[in-house]
Write a protein that binds this ligand. Sequence first.
Ligand SMILES: [Fe+2]
Length: 502
Amino acid sequence: MIDRRRFLLSLGALAAAPAFSDSASYPFSLGVASGYPSPAGVVLWTRLTGDIGPLAIPVRWEVASDDSMKKIISHGELNADPEWAHSVHVEVQGLEPERWYWYRFTALDAQSTIGRTRTAPAASARPARLRFAFASCQHYEQGYFGAYRHIVADQPDLLVFLGDYIYESSWGKELVRRHGSPVPYALEQYRARHALYRTDPDLQAAHAACPWIVTWDDHEVVNDYADDRSADGMDRKSFLERRAAAYRAYYEHMPLPARMRPDGPHMRIYTQLGWGALARFYLLDNRQYRSWQACPRPGRRGGSNTVDVEACPRLGAPGRSMLGRAQERWLDGAFNETRAQWNILAQSTLMAQIDQLPGPGRRAWTDGWDGYPAARGRLLESVVAREISNPVVIGGDVHSFNVCQLKSDFDDPASPVVASEFVGTSITSQAWAHERLKEYLPDNPHVLYAEGRYRGYTRVDLDEKLWRADMRGMESVRSRDAACGTLATFVVEDGRPGPQRA
Ligand SMILES: [Fe+2]
């Protein structure tokens, strides 16, 4: 078997070598990426595309300590396997902590662009600062990904992507470009969708600028799915096949470590990542293990925008979970062990309770944490019980900026603030009407800021004493080079839960 593989490999290299003389068959047209930095290593990613045939292809990788790739300090070769869409995931080890590196790939006589990445500080180190950006929700048809230009210009150490990296369906108004293919169900279709998104030059540049860590939301598979249940009516077996295809394509296109490789419809992406003693990220999976949404509209599945909480007792059932019991236990265990100054829960959606009914009574949006109040309660109880230092939740999904106090009891104004929440707006995906957000504010005093008019990202500067978050809003997503400005700045002070306007 191995001999045959070697034989095919050498054939593949020979056969494909002359094929890319034109730029359309340049094998690195999807760019390069890196992710999941540790103090000693990082994951490097690329995927070969073009007219490369069905054979495995040897790929050489190099890591240098300088931007012109003169001082190569690590290199190796591995096979881009057609079973994994010729994607390449290299786990480089033996690097020095807390420094920038450059890398590139060579295959089929072609060379990739040079990417830049960095390692995390040593576990015991006390880095003076960390700058990261977080982003989510990039509908390809609804805008250009120009926000990434501004992220790259900010020179973050790390980029955190919080879900909806692709969209499976077409919707929205005033589209700037089209998917040009139907809703994906099969592996090849999900691969093509990821590859299309990855042709965006600003997205490619952001992947090449710094390491990413990622989690997903629903649209990487299909809107509002929950565990084994699709909102669009597929039977369970067919849906799990679809989920397997979507997860596999996701793995193939992200700089994920090999331990996250999917096994059929299962793929463990929840994990934690340390940044010295300064920060620890908990990347959560809100989709794969969650209970089905409670009280869907008659004849429907998935979430509902406005469920009357009084009329849906199931909503609050203690057995319902957002993360699944195994992930809940894992997170509680991680909270028990952390010594980090800042503990950052990176997950896909809004955590604060949002009452969507102005005046008496409460209506809830059941696909978000409001659909899983008992699970939210358990998570916040764990935050309090484990006495973790400076808990901050970051999220996406709602396509608007929201800065919130997370409380033990949202209905009680006297209930203590136990954590801070920052929800970032979308890169491009269209939002609810801003007026609707404003309408909710009087009933939700723990929401300190809500802004739905702008697409963009959030930039965070962190040191021992202060978390500073700048809400960065794009003037437009209808042109790649639109301006971007800071709409508001909120800080969190060490030892004082809850954001404050700067
Ligand atoms: Fe979204």
